[in-house]
Design a protein around this ligand. Sequence first.
Ligand code: APR
Ligand code: PHB
Length: 401
Amino acid sequence: MHTQVGIIGAGPAGLLLSHLLHLQGIDSIILESRSREEIEGTIRAGVLEQGTVDLLNATGVGARMMKEGHAHHGIELQFNGRRHRIDMHELTGGKKITVYAQHEVIKDLVAARLEAGAKIYFNVKDVSLHQIETSSPLIRFQLENGTDYEELNCDFIAGCDGFHGPSRQAIPANLRVEKQKIYPFGWLGILAKTPQVNPELIYSNHERGFALISTRSPEIQRHYIQVDPKDDITNWSDDRIWSELHARLDMDGWSILDGPIIQKNIVSMRSFVCETMHYGNLFLAGDAAHIVPPTGAKGLNLAAADVQVLARGLSEYYHSGEEDTLTRYSEICLRRIWKAQRFSYWMTTMLHRNFEHSSFEHNIQLAELDYVTSSQAAATSLAENYVGLPMEIQTNYSIRI
Ligand code: APR
Ligand code: PHB
């Protein structure tokens, strides 16, 4: 088996990369260890930056997003029993976010890839990377019901297999530069069959811990509360979850609408960066190279930014033999990654209660919130980071088929 770019992982990074390469006339094959149903059914976050929305629209996969997604012009910050709106649209000269679930983006990209005749091998097993230091790397794997090993020969491998995938591990450990921070917070997330309770997202810093009001549709809401990352979801009855949401969000004349919870889970929170995103003919993108805590809603958007740079570099290589962007791939991506890490770290430490904190540190946190909600300069900084900083490299997608 041969292709130009072998892609491991059919998450947002792998699927979007394959789509962008296709628009540039570059072949790719995707190897995914889970089934199509699984990847299209995994509940994750759902906030798209302006730049990600523009990219999906510009490359012809934005129609359903524009129909079913929700554009939000602002967000609200709640603390000391009061709510403060950050008018991001006003503060950024007209930019906004779109709330559209990650698994819906995956559905749209899988449909577009298959419609274009792309090869996506689902349920593959035992994927391993070989000869990545050479100009002819290969991926060994087993097909769904296969017993023999297949070999995918390619010019380049794109490691889009998430934090736990094999691609990053294929880079010699002594050559990998990795930086990490583990937070003493976890997020218990729910999907609830209840009406939308607020037109925009609400981020709440409460003495009982952080809480977030988000949405998926007029009928389905997505909410999160800060919990102990080591806690077990079985300790959280629906009643207990709703009473915590009421405690952390209700205000005079406003109460969250509770109802049937259709999905709930607890995730831990970390910041992680592997600065070695390029090794030989292997390139890492998305969660394979970096993890952000969800408070800044940057995960999917960073993956989209990485693959824009990678697609641009591969297009220059194949169409003009130009290697500059590929050579500078890590450097270009890391500038954006560290800014998103800074913003996500800042939002996380400003909005979560650290019960180890002294009363002095606690007051600093409240002063930070007071400053952000009373200074136009500080609110603008939050807004421009939240809607998405401009891409370092501009790419206009003209179809080259
Ligand atoms: N072989 C093949 N595929 C694999 C393997 C493997 N050994 N290991 C993992 N995968 C697949 C996973 O099943 C998953 O579908 O790689 C894909 C990685 O997708 P994501 O984890 O979604 O990562 P990425 O595409 O980089 O998207 C980042 O996802 O987790 C969210 O918050 C994160 O929003 C961010 C986005
Ligand atoms: C979500 O809608 O799932 C969501 C929104 C904002 C975040 C994280 C997740 O910061």
